[in-house]
Design a protein around this ligand. Structure first.
Ligand code: OOG
Ligand code: MG
Length: 262
């Protein structure tokens, strides 16, 4: 750690205030070029503490930057991990107000729900599949608090990996029900297909993203509890949205989920 507690608290407040007031900011590494990974996750933890103190609940975890398409779009090379609170939940087919966001984008993802604890180190695709209750389609709405969506890895980790909203839906499927590598996805914007992919785009197998999260948490003495919802990361590039847009994600064998931007 290179930052003191006071700086970590001030940066968490700055980033969370940007989220709450829909203002963007410059990257925090511009001001603190020496901050390290532990500092970045400490800032994210402080944002989590602030939200919990206001009565919000954690309803899910996420892995991000897990596909080559996403890494290339953002110019980075390592997965990152974050969390979602209850106010990020949008019901299937429901509305998302763009006035509450800065510059939202949507990502097609496969969501996992677990039935057993996952504790790294040493988690792998096999342990994840054995601990998975079901998988289902999920659209993540990301909204970087950084100007023009430009950041480096430490800045985006501190910003809770751009987490903002998500929707789940469709037909939950047992993880044994399909080969998640070859499961195809189509994301439509206003009825037109805009992104296509297959599960293997995420680290070769979407379960590998869940294993990476468990191993990341294990290194910090934490785990993924049974009954967790986890987003495994965008399969394709993220797509910008504005008020009036309707997004539908279709996942092979798992039906569809959708969200409307108003
Ligand atoms: C960071 C979050 C990435 C994903 O699924 O890859 C992410 C960002 O691109 O703003 O959630
Ligand atoms: Mg995502």
């Amino acid at each position: 750690m290179n930052l003191d507690l006071q700086t970590i608290q001030a940066l968490a407040e700055r980033l969370e205030n940007c989220q709450l007031t829909q203002q963007d900011t410059t990257k925090i590494t511009d001001d603190y070029p020496d901050m390290d990974w532990d500092d970045a996750y400490a800032i994210q933890d402080e944002i989590r503490r602030r939200k919990l103190a206001r009565g919000l609940r954690i309803v899910g975890l996420k892995a991000g930057l897990t596909s080559h398409a996403k890494m290339k779009q953002m110019g980075v090379s390592t997965p990152v991990f974050g969390f979602m609170t209850d106010d990020y939940t949008v019901p299937d087919g429901g509305e998302c107000k763009v006035s509450e966001l800065i510059h939202p984008k949507v990502e097609p993802e496969i969501a996992f729900v677990t039935k057993a604890e996952l504790r790294g180190p040493g988690c792998h695709i096999g342990t994840v599949l054995a601990a998975t209750d079901f998988v289902l389609p999920g659209i993540e709405v990301i909204d970087s608090r950084y100007r023009d969506f430009k950041f480096d890895l430490k800045s985006v980790v501190a910003d809770n990996t751009s987490a903002a909203r998500f929707v789940l839906g469709g037909q939950p499927m047992s993880a044994a029900g399909a080969d998640l590598r070859t499961v195809g996805i189509v994301m439509e914007k206003n009825g037109l297909p805009v992104a296509f992919g297959a599960g293997a785009a995420v680290l070769g197998h979407p379960a590998a993203a869940i294993a990476a999260l468990a191993n990341h948490l294990g290194a910090r003495g934490e785990c993924i509890p049974a009954g967790s919802l986890i987003l495994s990361g965008g399969i394709t590039e993220a797509v910008s949205v504005q008020a009036g847009d309707n997004i539908t994600l279709r996942v092979q064998g798992m039906g569809s989920t959708s969200i409307r931007f108003v």
